[in-house]
Design a protein. Structure first.
Length: 319
């Protein structure tokens, strides 16, 4: 007896086909867009070449810090590429990161010990680092010398040698610098026939006290007070000796008209002894070391003065 074949139920066939299509569509287009809880979404990565190109463009634009950041990202993306380390080291030298540049060049050499460019950039960074350290040492030496001489000549430092001399009328065991500067003062006093005189301090003090106590009296101290003080002004009455310096009663000195220049010359001597040239000093007095000429001008003036191995000073409201 033959069995009767079941008829195909086309409704369920169509439903099954639609279900298969829906599952396929979901897996291909919907599921990849669903974020899994507590799992960070994948971050699109950039090719190292793209980052290096960006770093080079930033360097050309003068954006050096941003250029270094781009090189760092390129290195993280491809840490075995010595060229990225070398390029970053070059930028680090330009912004004064000499130690960092040395480290970057040495990282490149770890990857390729025979890379001539890495050796060159490392030597470049070490050269700048050496000059930086030498400059830092020279500046510290100059600042130390300035402080030492201010302790000798300053009227504004309590306990300076000059203030002790003015207070006591004598200074025992004066330093070589104090004796030398007072001897220079005497030479310039003679040359100017007394127009320059460091013993004028009592007159300065008289005027300063007058205007502190009588700010509205623009006429200044009385003629009698001026004449009384003038009796104590005479550079020839300064006794300069190796063991002591003596002032007559009522006398006092100011070195404000010469000490700045003396200190500037001492700092110039220090720098020159360390091999420095092409340097312009401005410590209130302007001094150019041997080397390139420097153009100096007063504010708002057209005329300039070229200085090389020379000094210039001004004394005016515009200077």
């Amino acid at each position: 007896m033959r069995r009767r074949r079941k008829r195909i139920n086309w409704f369920w066939v169509i439903v099954l086909i639609i279900a298969i299509f829906a599952v396929t569509y979901f897996n291909r287009y919907v599921a990849p867009e669903i974020l899994t809880p507590f799992v960070d979404p994948p971050t699109p990565t950039r090719m190292p070449e793209s980052l290096i190109s960006e770093a080079e463009e930033l360097f050309e634009q003068g954006k050096l810090l941003q250029s270094i950041t781009a090189y760092e990202e390129a290195i993280r993306s491809r840490p075995d590429d010595p060229s990225a380390y070398i390029a970053m080291a070059r930028v680090q030298v330009f912004i004064g990161q000499y130690e960092e540049a040395q480290a970057s060049a040495e990282n490149a050499l770890l990857l390729n010990p025979n890379n001539s460019m890495a050796h060159a950039v490392r030597a470049w960074s070490l050269d700048f680092l050496g000059e930086y350290l030498a400059a830092e040492a020279a500046i510290k030496a100059c600042l130390g010398e300035i402080s030492r001489l201010e302790n000798e000549f300053s009227l504004y430092r309590a306990g300076s040698a000059l203030n002790r001399l003015n207070a006591a009328g004598q200074l025992t065991a004066p330093s070589h610098d104090m004796r030398r500067l007072l001897q220079l003062c005497r030479q310039y006093c003679d040359l100017s026939q007394g127009a320059f005189d460091p013993s004028i301090q009592p007159l300065w003090q008289l005027y300063a006290e007058h205007f502190v106590n009588h700010p509205d009296d623009l006429a200044g101290p009385s003629p009698d007070a001026i004449r009384a003080v003038q009796q104590h002004i005479d550079y020839r009455r300064i006794a300069i000796g190796a063991e002591a310096i003596h002032l007559e009663p009522g006398m006092a000195l100011t070195l404000n008209g010469i000490a700045q220049g003396y200190i500037t010359d001492r700092v110039a001597d220090l720098l020159r002894a360390r091999g420095w040239s092409d340097v312009l000093l401005n410590l209130g007095e302007i001094r150019a070391l041997p080397g390139r000429p420097w153009s100096v001008a007063l504010p708002g003036r057209v005329a300039t003065l070229d200085l090389t191995n020379a000094a210039v000073a001004t004394s005016a409201g515009a200077g």
